[in-house]
Each structure stands twice: as structure tokens, then as C-alpha cells.
Design a protein around this ligand. Structure first.
Ligand code: DX5
Ligand code: ZN
Length: 224
């Protein structure tokens, strides 16, 4: 039914930091496609996480593309240093970036995939005029800030509408979903048109994180 490729992006937010190198090696060996790196500034979201130093360190630990999700105000302040540190993609929040068109162009100039994320309460219309300026559209299926939250079911219909919006515009952008992705939620997101799946808690609190990467992918392929 579909030529879409499934991408699984384990989120470092849920990694055991004392065993980060081992856990990254496990998911890489199991075929994870990207690593998702959640940058939070305690302002756009009520939590603090990583900066440039962690991105540099992770860059040395893996060959996987680093999918950096910027949950920060004034994200443009971080583009150059994060790109230099080895980010492969930079995703900024529409709610935090009034000049999306300019900022996406800058991200591409730096050689990174340019992504836009929208919160559960944010309408898709926020990105309708820039559908062809994006390499990735991230539909949040939780309110950003924390791992391990419950999937918000309304994200499924939003993904369906996002897929239609991208197709209508002729945009080749990837459609990513982030928050509460697990075996019981990934199928309907795939069926709705998502192709790139962030999962933190589901992967890193599993007894075998590598096996969970494979299991999540298999959930999609059953419905390919
Ligand atoms: C939430 C982050 C997510 C988070 C997802 O604000 O953007 O990437 O790590 O975690 P889970 O998969 O546990 O919901
Ligand atoms: Zn994220």
C-alpha cells in the first residue's frame, strides 16, 4: 500500500546516562535509524536537558544521524554550535519561532535537515505556507517537556491531515511523531501517514532496548 520507509529514532531523554555508550551501541546494532536528542531550556518547556557538549559526545559515540529537537525559545541562538557539534537535523517549534521561513533556510545552509515541530494545541495551519521549505514535520503527541507521558489520541487524526497537507503541497518532508510511542500506539500513527517515530521510554525502559527497536518497526511493517 505504501512505499514509505519506517524510521525509528530512540530518544536519549530516557537513556541511562551511566550506561549511555552501551545503550546507544545496543540500539544502533539493532537497526535504529536515528538518535533523537531532546534539548530543553527550562523556558519553552518546564525542564532542562542537554547542550552542545552532550551533542559532541554523542556524535563521537555513534554513526547514527542525530535528530535534534529544540524545545527552546530563540532556537536560532543554537543553530551554529549544534550544527558544528554534529547535529544532522535541527527541529524548531513553530510556537517559539515567528520567522520560520528564514530559520529553516538557515538550518539548511548549515547542512542540516530543517524540521518544524507543533504542539498538540497548535493547528497544522501554522506550517501550511512553508510545507515545501521543510525537510521534516514533527507532530507532538504529548505536551513536550518530559518522557514517559501518555500518547494523546488526537495526534492520529492530526497526522492524517499533516500527511494530506504535505502530499497536496508536493512536499517530500518526513512526517515524525514524538511522545508516547510504543507498540500499542505506533501502528495507528504509521497507518495515518507518519514515517519517523521517536520513542524514549518504550525503548530504554525495555529489558532489551535493541529488541524493542525491532518490535516497533515490525508493528509498522505488519501494516505496510
Ligand atoms: C518529550 C520529548 C520526547 C520524549 C519522548 O518532550 O520531545 O522526545 O523523549 O519520550 P517518550 O517516548 O517516553 O514519550
Ligand atoms: Zn523530542
Amino acid at each position: 500500500m505504501s512505499a514509505r520507509t519506517v524510521r525509528i529514532a530512540p530518544s536519549l531523554l530516557s537513556v541511562d546516562f551511566a550506561r549511555m555508550a552501551d545503550e546507544i551501541a545496543m540500539v544502533e546494532a539493532a537497526g535504529a535509524d536515528w538518535l533523537h536528542v531532546d534539548v530543553m531550556d527550562g523556558r519553552f518547556v518546564p525542564n532542562l536537558t542537554f547542550g552542545v557538549k552532550v551533542i559532541e559526545t554523542v556524535r563521537r559515540l555513534t554513526e547514527l544521524p542525530l535528530d535534534v529537537h529544540l524545545m527552546v525559545v530563540e532556537p536560532e541562538n543554537y543553530f551554529d554550535s549544534f550544527a558544528r557539534a554534529g547535529a544532522s537535523g535541527l527541529t524548531i517549534h513553530a510556537e517559539a519561532a515567528p520567522h520560520l521561513h528564514r530559520q529553516l533556510a538557515r538550518i539548511r545552509e548549515l547542512g542540516c535537515l530543517a524540521g518544524v515541530a507543533i504542539n498538540p494545541a497548535t493547528p497544522l495551519a501554522m506550517v501550511s505556507e512553508i510545507a515545501t521549505d521543510l525537510d521534516l514535520l514533527l507532530v507532538m503527541s504529548v505536551n513536550p517537556g518530559f518522557g514517559g507521558q501518555a500518547f494523546i489520541p488526537g495526534a492520529v487524526d492530526k497526522l492524517r491531515r499533516a500527511r494530506a497537507l504535505l502530499d497536496r503541497a508536493g512536499s517530500p518532508a518526513l512526517l515524525e511523531v514524538d511522545g508516547g510511542i510504543a507498540r500499542d500506539t505506533i501502528r495507528e500513527c504509521w497507518a495515518a501517514g507518519a514515517d519517523t517515530f521517536v520513542a524514549g521510554n518504550a525503548i530504554f525502559s525495555a529489558a532489551d532496548p535493541g529488541a524493542e527497536v525491532a518490535a516497533l518497526r515490525a508493528c509498522c511493517m505488519e501494516h505496510a
